[in-house]
Each structure stands twice: as C-alpha cells, then as structure tokens.
Design a protein around this ligand. Structure first.
Ligand SMILES: Cc1ncc(COP(=O)(O)O)c(C=O)c1O
Length: 374
C-alpha cells in the first residue's frame, strides 16, 4: 500500500553515485565511517547503511546507544561508534551490543575505566579530542599520566582517536587558519600518545566540509554525513556532482473557490484580494514542514508554483492554485524536488524558512512515509 498523504522518496541510485564520487576523491588508504545518526538525517539509516555496505563501507557511527541498538536489532552487524555521551547505566548494554563508546572528557574515561575494573570487563572506546570546538572531547593537553591512564589501561580497548572540525565550511582566512590550528592540535596530541609508545587506534578528523575543503587532511577514516545526501551545508568545494537523494511530496485533498475578502486558516492572517482557487494539501508542521513558511513559500503542483496562503496547520496547509489549470484531489504536490521544469531544492526551502538544511531533514516526523526508489 502506497500511502500518498505526505512522503519522501529516497533515490538509492543517487545515494550510491554520491558515495562512489566520494570514493574517487579520497586517497586509496582512507576508509569511510558512515554517519547514520538521526535516522541518517531523516533519510533512513538502515536502508542507506545497506547501500554503503554494498559499496564496501564496514564502519558506522550514530549519536546514541539507542540509535545503535535500533540498527543492531534491524540486523546491522558492522562496527558502530557512538559519537555522543554514554552514561554508566548504558555501558554494559553497549558492550552487549558490541558498540564503541566515545570518551567525552578525562573524567568520563576514568569512570569507564573504574567501572570496567570493578566488573572485570573490557570496553571498546574511541578518544574524542577537543581541538577547539568546545563541545565534547578530552583536553589535548592531558598530562602524560592521564594519557597513559586511558591508552595503557588493561580495561579499555582503544579503537581510535578522533576530533571534529567546527569552521571547515567557510573559506574566510580566519576560519581556514583556525581549521589548520585544529589539525595541528590534533596531530600534536596523536604524536604525544605515540611518543609514549602507545597506540592511537584508527584516526579520523574530517566530516563532509572537511573532506571537501581540506583534502590534505589525510587520516585513516573520514566521517561523511550530509555530503552523501547531495545537499550543501555551509560553503563547500564542488569537487564532484552530488545529486539530491530526497524528494518530499504530498497530495491535494480538495480544491475550492473562495470569493474576495475571505480569510484562510487559523487566525485569518491571509485574506483573499479577489476570487481565488485554494487547494488544501496534506502536510503541516506535524510532518516537519516549517511553520514559519505560513503565508510565505510555495509548493509545486503540475509543474507550476503555488503560494502558501494562511497559517500552516499541524496536518494541512492551503495553497493558491488560481493560475494552475485542472488541479484536483490527489494531484501530486512537490515540497522538495522536481515538478515539470521547476524544482524546489532543499537548500531553497531551508533558506526561505531561515534555517539550515539539517534542521529541515531532522524535523521530518516519523509519520512521513519513506519510499526507496530506483
Ligand atoms: C562527530 C561528527 N562526525 C561527523 C559528522 C557528520 O557531519 P556532516 O553531516 O557535516 O558530514 C557529525 C555531524 O554532526 C559529527 O558530529
């Protein structure tokens, strides 16, 4: 049954092409960690992980243990790194589900170590190093003793060491300098670990913007997220054509003609100036459509633009179809994607709603059905 109320279509072939394109620009020895958190930014973590596996990706990362367990329960057997914080009550479960924990600061490392010692177990960890984002990560100036406590512990299996760039999506000189300083700080930390005769495990630094803008930052792995979905976040080099993976669609529910001076939707913030043909469509902020596009923004119907009129409701919104011929119930409505010769890109929708693409895709509600096509 194809529920046409409000749904996204995910182009598997575009995703695969984007992934192959990434492979072509990466050094031979650099591997990929598939960043599939937040249901791979609303695109379907499990399904896209399958395509990544077919293309040789063997490592994945998510934000939380619950996301990891969901993927394990779906059948993903490959390595999973948890990028976010895990608390003590989750550590045994993380071990049971064979996940790698991130160490978010030195005290976290000490607590995990003590826990393992008390329970006579080992846990797999990766050391996140804070090189300037000031989000999570150990201080790169850890003392030699502190480094040894982590890397030399019989209880911690250090699978890797990584950091995250926070200004790599800008070409401003100050941002570029900062990004190089982050890399230097990271390298210095790695060298200090190695100079103590200890093993850093696998090393990774760059997410999408870093991969595209700083190809000279070469380590064992990269962590691409948004770039494989074909949209742009921040300023990034156009190294190869990346195709949009998601289209977002809905349908017309009914069409009616209203006379002049008629208010539409809650609060009547739109009043018709003359007789107008209005279509109600099956999408609202309850699906994740940005409410701030009330009385702004547009959708595509039969290859033509239809402006949003009045407040967007939870499950519906109204659009002006006065100039579109023969609109009827169940006609396709394109919210993101192509209709005839026109296209609304996700970047355009994000900028119209004064937000970022990531927020649009992460706000898609679970009731928005996903169809994997081609
Ligand atoms: C630690 C880490 N690595 C990789 C990514 C993927 O980032 P992007 O989607 O920008 O490629 C993220 C996303 O937030 C992240 O937090």
């Amino acid at each position: 049954m194809n529920f046409k109320r409000c749904y996204i279509e995910i182009s598997k072939s575009n995703f695969r092409d984007n992934l192959k394109g990434l492979r072509n620009i990466l050094p031979e020895k650099t591997n990929i960690i598939g960043i599939v958190k937040a249901d791979y930014y609303g695109h379907g973590a499990w399904q896209l992980a399958q395509i990544m596996k077919e293309e040789g990706v063997k490592d994945f990362a998510v934000a939380s243990l619950s996301e990891a367990i969901e993927l394990r329960n779906a059948g993903l057997e490959d390595a999973i790194l948890i990028l976010g914080y895990t608390s003590q009550d989750q550590w045994l479960l993380a071990r049971e589900y064979n996940c790698v924990l991130s160490i978010v600061d030195y005290s976290h490392a000490v607590r995990i170590n003590e826990f393992c010692k008390e329970n006579r177990i080992q846990l797999k960890v990766e050391v996140k190093v804070d090189t300037g984002m000031n989000r999570i990560g150990v201080n790169p100036e850890l003392s030699r003793e502190q480094i040894k406590t982590i890397y030399n512990s019989p209880y911690l299996i250090v699978n890797g060491t990584y950091s995250h760039l926070c200004r790599s999506d800008s070409f401003e000189e100050s941002d570029r300098q900062f990004t190089y300083r982050q890399k230097e700080t990271f390298d210095r930390f790695l060298n200090r670990v190695k100079s103590l005769g200890l093993n850093t495990g696998r090393v990774h630094l760059s997410a999408s913007a870093g991969i595209l803008n700083y190809p000279e930052f070469v380590y064992d792995f990269v962590r691409p997220g948004f770039m494989l979905l074909g949209f742009d976040v921040g300023l990034v080099e156009k190294k190869y054509e990346r195709k949009p993976v998601m289209s977002w669609k809905s349908q017309v529910e009914m069409v009616k003609t209203v006379g002049a001076n008629q208010g539409i939707s809650y609060g009547h913030i739109y009043i018709s100036d003359k007789e107008r043909k209005i279509a109600s469509i099956s999408v609202g902020y309850g699906d994740g459509y940005p409410r701030r596009l009330s009385n702004q923004g547009y959708v595509l119907i039969n290859g033509q633009k239809a402006s949003i009129v009045g407040r967007i409701c939870m499950d519906q919104m109204m659009v002006d179809v006065t100039d579109i011929k023969a609109v009827k119930a169940e006609d396709e409505v394109v919210l993101i994607g192509k209709s005839g010769d026109l296209e609304i890109s996700i970047n355009e929708l994000a900028s119209l709603s004064d937000t970022i693409v990531d927020e649009i895709v992460c706000n898609l509600n679970a009731r928005v059905d996903k169809y994997f096509i081609d």
